[in-house]
Design a protein around this ligand. Structure first.
Ligand SMILES: [Zn+2]
Length: 292
């Protein structure tokens, strides 16, 4: 059973002509509502102690006071509230998965480019890193798999060298943010040149899953982006609807507690269908009666 962590508040802010738009999530929600009877859970904002697990007090203050300038991260009124709500949704998604179901945070702003002391790439606070830190405090062993088409430089920066966690990312390189070329310590990077085939992507994906299997985590957090799509306006990767179904199925075949956090994906008219293909793959084993 998947529970989607979602609030209509995520649709309430918008910067004209910015690719990270409320229409992205609206498209996913409309598709889910049309396709089936899914459960939705409302998030509440995380608190400042949660933010301090991964961010500096200076960064938190800047976001709170709207005293920052970054061309990719618009200075939206009340962005602190939305960013705390998004991080709160990530935490709830991880708690749902600990209870044995699948938690999927359908929130914005995304988080994987936010570092300890910097915003960037449409991200203000690092939703995944916050959820992971809370799991590490409870002594869980955690693997993060980042399948957004960009490298999650913020998540890597925050989790590198930490005990009991690995960060594994498959992404286009070169591309924004220019990191993720090499693997080191507990960070495993699979850079793919622009226009790599979906076959190449799936080969890297299988290697990434092998690393995760060998690490034997208690729980997996997936930074889930759909900008790996062949017609995504921001990147040049090659995944199709069928590939998203395959990715979902492969993740499901790990039989691990898993939670998901939405990151990027900017093809508004397709993202609903891509998302639905992905969760159909995820639910494959329960549809066919294989126990999870
Ligand atoms: Zn991305």
């Amino acid at each position: 059973m998947i529970k989607f962590v979602y609030s209509e508040e995520f649709l309430k802010y918008k910067e004209i002509s910015h690719p990270e738009s409320p229409e992205r999530i609206e498209s996913i929600i409309n598709y889910l509502k049309k396709k089936g009877d899914f459960q939705f859970v409302k998030p509440s904002p995380c608190n400042e102690d949660d933010l301090l697990l991964v961010h500096t007090p200076e960064l938190i203050k800047k976001v709170k006071n709207n005293s920052f300038f970054d061309p990719d991260c618009p200075n939206i009124p009340n962005i602190f509230h939305y960013a705390c709500l998004s991080a709160g949704a990530a935490i709830i998604a991880s708690e749902i998965s600990l209870e044995g179901e699948i938690g999927f945070s359908l929130a914005r702003p995304p988080g994987h480019h936010a570092g300890r002391n910097n915003i960037g790439g449409f991200c203000y606070f690092n939703n995944m890193a916050i959820a992971v830190k809370k799991l590490l405090f409870k002594n869980y062993r955690v693997a993060v798999l980042d399948i957004d088409g960009h490298h999650g430089n913020g998540t890597e920066e925050i989790l590198k060298g930490e005990e009991n966690v690995i960060y594994v990312s498959i992404h286009q390189f070169p591309a924004y943010p220019g990191t993720g070329k090499y693997s080191f310590e507990n960070c495993y990077n699979f850079p793919l040149p622009p226009f790599s085939s979906s076959k190449k992507y799936l080969e890297s994906f299988d290697k990434a899953l092998e690393i995760i299997k060998n690490f034997s985590p208690d729980i997996i957090g997936i930074s889930c982006g759909f900008d790996t799509y062949i017609d995504d306006p921001l990147l040049e990767l090659s995944l199709t609807e069928t590939d998203y179904y395959v990715l979902g199925k492969k993740i499901s075949s790990l039989f691990k507690k898993t939670f998901f956090i939405l990151e990027g994906g900017y093809h508004i008219s397709k993202i609903g269908n891509l998302f639905y293909c992905f969760i159909s793959g995820l639910l494959y084993s329960s549809e066919t009666g294989v126990s999870k």
